[in-house]
Design a protein around this ligand. Structure first.
Ligand SMILES: NC(=O)c1ccc[n+]([C@@H]2O[C@H](COP(=O)([O-])OP(=O)(O)OC[C@H]3O[C@@H](n4cnc5c(N)ncnc54)[C@H](O)[C@@H]3O)[C@@H](O)[C@H]2O)c1
Length: 434
């Protein structure tokens, strides 16, 4: 067990590891292979992904990594119960990569860790299944795409709605043209909730390496709301509701818009108007994205649902013939213009337990992509474009004004103040990825 070691491997050591790895999967020759998989981030979602991977019989778990020994122990017991085998456990992903040389790394760490671990895993020869949002600042995402391509690794992003049966059916409906001409799209997550209350900081729990957990982000005092799972509510580690939940729906819009993968401009308004707790995310946000052929509006509220419109989350596509709502537990519904009280057509969801998602389908796609050499359905480039939509909104919100986005060159032209926010300073000794 290596969790307490503060030993940072040198760049040359990692390069040597990368050099010792075999060439990328040769198309079609790996059928029936059991991939040696490592899980980084043994929390809620990492467990779900690893369980789906183990159930698919395509992998053996060779390593588990977490900076919290309690999470590691729970995950180790989970894997032992399911498979009878015992993966090695680590506190430092670099040591794991060096010692176990996995074929696949599942990266289900908090958002501020996605870039460094994904890049190190690709460089060490592993294919990566990385969770959404793919990064914390946009330039990390650019580096992740570049590294995936340079190392010829398959990198799947956890935007499983691209393989969910009802999302696919809705997308077919949209593409059939039945909605007529679509000029406006609205994506939203609105949940009712109270104002919240302050949770005091507390001593760091035994077994948690809090300094490593914070990693490249600022070292904040430990607060039980941050870990496990609560990091998404703190802007040092994540980017709030739009990048946590919102990215799933923004991704659906880019899946639909196909030849338009980035907006020309973005403007966000909102703030913290209602919440009284110690989280730092925006409780209210409205964003307008200008594309060439349509505009997209994002909205979220953390304290009030959407009862007059029935649907609390999802995307509305507004066409000349009617409106399509693409949702989650409520499937998809088509409301023709003029008779919009009840859906004229509806598709029920087909979701897997325990969390009503379709991870198994996304895992199957990932393995097939590795074996055939094709791009996976939620390729890193797609995940990067969707994450960028969310992060541009946060950037505009921080600036307090709209921005122009040059999506081809992935920059904000003639706007040095805004360009600075495409990256952030990492805490030493971590280096921002180039
Ligand atoms: N695709 C989806 O539908 C979906 C759903 C839920 C969560 N997620 C994503 O999964 C990720 C994890 O979320 P969660 O809810 O499981 O969080 P979690 O807090 O339950 O788990 C994260 C784990 O990562 C560990 N960790 C932190 N730094 C680490 C490091 N450097 N190396 C190894 N482990 C480290 C933490 O100790 C924790 O155990 C997030 O990015 C989240 O957005 C995706």
């Amino acid at each position: 067990m290596t969790i307490s070691r503060r030993h940072f491997l040198s760049a040359s050591a990692l390069t040597a590891v990368a050099a010792s790895f075999p060439a990328p999967a040769i198309f079609g020759t790996e059928k029936n292979k059991k991939y040696r998989v490592a899980l980084a981030g043994c929390g809620w979602w990492g467990t779900n992904i690893l369980n789906a991977a183990l159930a698919s019989k395509t992998v053996e778990a060779v390593a588990l990594v977490d900076v919290d020994k309690r999470q590691l122990e729970t995950e180790l017991n989970n894997v032992k119960d399911k498979t009878g085998s015992e993966p090695k456990i680590f506190g430092d992903f670099r040591e794991m990569l060096e010692q176990t040389k996995p074929d696949i790394v599942i990266n289900a760490t908090p958002d501020h860790w996605h870039a460094l671990i994904t890049i190190a895993a690709c460089r060490a020869g592993a294919h990566v299944y990385v969770e959404k949002p793919i990064c914390h600042t946009i330039n990390e995402g650019i580096a992740m795409v570049k590294t995936a391509r340079e190392t010829n690794r398959t990198v799947q992003v956890g935007t499983h709605r691209r393989v969910s049966p009802h999302n696919q059916a809705a997308m077919e409906f949209l593409k059939s043209g039945k909605l007529g001409k679509i000029g406006h799209v609205r994506a939203f997550v609105n949940y009712p909730g109270g104002t919240g209350k302050i949770t005091p900081d507390s001593p760091i729990p035994d077994g948690l390496d809090w300094d490593f957990w914070c990693g490249p982000a600022p070292l904040l005092p430990y607060n039980p709301r941050m870990h496990p799972r609560g990091f998404r509510q703190f802007m040092e580690f994540a980017n709030g509701q739009i990048s946590d939940w919102g990215i799933h729906w923004l991704d659906q819009v880019l899946w639909w818009s196909q030849d338009e993968q980035y907006p020309k401009s973005v403007a966000s308004v909102g703030g913290r108007f209602v919440l009284e707790d110690n989280s730092t995310w925006h409780d209210t946000q409205h964003v307008v994205y200008q594309f060439d052929k349509f505009d997209l509006v994002w909205e979220h509220r953390l304290y009030s649902g959407n009862p007059p419109e029935k649907h609390n989350i999802g995307v509305y596509f507004y066409g000349t013939n009617g409106v399509l709502h693409l949702g989650w537990l409520d499937g998809w519904s088509y409301y023709p213009n003029g008779t919009d009280k009840e859906p004229a057509e509806h598709g029920e969801p087909k979701l897997d337990k325990p969390d009503d998602q379709n991870i198994a389908n996304l895992w199957a796609d990932f393995i097939d992509a590795i074996q055939t050499g094709r791009k996976p359905v939620a390729d890193i480039e797609n995940g990067h474009r969707s994450t960028t939509l969310a992060l541009l909104a946060v950037l505009s919100q921080k600036l307090g004004r709209g921005i122009v986005w040059d999506g081809k060159n992935q920059t904000i032209p003639n706007d040095p103040e805004a360009v600075k926010l495409l990256a952030r300073k990492y805490r030493e000794p971590w280096k921002y990825p180039e």
